[in-house]
Design a binder for this molecule. Structure first.
Ligand code: MRU
Length: 346
């Protein structure tokens, strides 16, 4: 990814974001100079993806303290950003981290420190995702080695077993993060390592984040094919998928994982057909205060995203995949089973 295509970057006291509501049709950037602009960008999904909205919220705090840094203002800034989207815990994690750093400081020094802390959150996200790529690559290499050892490798009519077929859902690539992506980080690492690979990209109704994934993969020259969400079960049944890798918006302490609506159905189908199902996410996505998936708030978005005002609509934006359906979770610290998450608790 070129610097010019960064999801977010600082620019003289403001933040410039790539407006994802315009992709894949147009590359348009938005300059965020105020708290309200940052909150709006998160709410309407100009920036989206759990790690990216966390980093944007952190910068939103710095923007919000431009004029005044007293307690009343800080509370207002945190509450405004905290009300934008409920499910992705990275947003609330970033705000809690900003609050913990800023509250003990005198009002006059909060603004400068807020910029420094937001910068640190962004840099840490990029580093964490880079490490997820390295750990995820090892899993893909194992799958590739197993495929090559299969009798008749390369001769299946339905499954190109010379290459690793990964299925993903939604967009958990660099667009959803500060850099590298989470679910797509292993894909990019595999490209760099020369591992042959192909990605099944599910469309992701109703907001079509799958098209963002296809756009990203196209930029990287990574072979991919878009499928309708409901085609995933058939491909898994036909043995055309080696593994599913998705991102996460919030992982509960027991490993239950909230991600884009439709993830759960893929996990069920993957289990039914013996295909490994991986969740890739930085530690900032794990909410140890949330004991199970039942405690995760699920965002209900405007029905117009789906029904265009013509029909009654329910529009939950996320679902919860039970830990029992998850083969492993890939974090910057390595690969672990969902029941081993406690070992990652800070
Ligand atoms: O509603 P979105 O587009 O913000 O949802 C994004 C997802 O569900 C991603 O899979 C998740 O945030 C992980 S992004 C690295």
């Amino acid at each position: 990814m070129s610097e010019a295509l960064a999801t977010l970057r600082e620019d003289e006291g403001a933040v410039v974001i790539l407006d994802q509501t315009r992709l894949p049709g147009a590359r348009q950037f938005c300059r965020l100079s105020t708290l309200e602009q940052a909150a709006e960008a998160i709410r309407v999904m100009r920036v989206r993806g759990a790690p990216l909205i966390g980093a944007t919220a952190a910068y939103g705090v710095a923007l919000g303290l431009a004029e005044e840094g007293g307690d009343t203002r800080l509370d207002h800034v945190l509450a405004t950003l905290g009300a934008t989207r409920p499910t992705a815990v990275n947003l609330h994690w970033a705000l809690d981290r900003m609050a913990a750093v800023l509250r003990p400081l005198p009002a006059a020094s909060r603004r400068a420190v807020a910029w420094t802390e937001a910068r640190a959150i962004a840099a840490e996200d990029a580093a964490a995702n880079g490490a997820i790529g390295v750990h995820g690559l090892a899993l893909l290499q194992e799958i590739h080695a197993r495929n090559l050892a299969l009798p008749g490798a390369g001769h299946s009519p339905t499954h190109d077993i010379d290459c690793v077929n990964v299925m993903t859902h939604c967009n958990a690539g660099w667009l959803a993060t500060v850099a590298h992506g989470t679910a797509l980080a292993p894909v990019y690492a595999a490209r760099e390592a020369g591992l042959p690979l192909h990605v099944w990209v599910s469309e992701t109704r109703p907001r079509n984040q799958g098209l963002l994934t296809a756009w990203e993969l196209d930029q990287a020259g990574a072979p991919h094919t878009v499928i309708a969400d409901n085609a995933a079960g058939l491909l898994l049944m036909q043995g055309r998928v080696d593994c599913v890798i998705v991102g996460a918006d919030r992982i509960a302490a027991n490993g239950d994982t909230a991600n884009k609506v439709g993830t759960y159905l893929k996990a069920l189908a993957a289990r039914a057909h013996g295909v490994p199902f991986y969740v890739a996410a930085p530690l900032s996505t794990i909410d140890f205060a949330c004991f199970t998936g039942g405690d995760i708030p699920i965002e209900e978005r405007d029905g117009n995203e789906l029904g265009h005002g013509l029909v009654p609509v329910a529009n939950p934006a996320f679902d919860v995949t039970p830990a029992a359906l998850i083969t492993a979770i890939i974090t910057e610290r390595g690969v672990c089973r969902p029941d081993q998450l406690a070992s990652l608790q800070p």
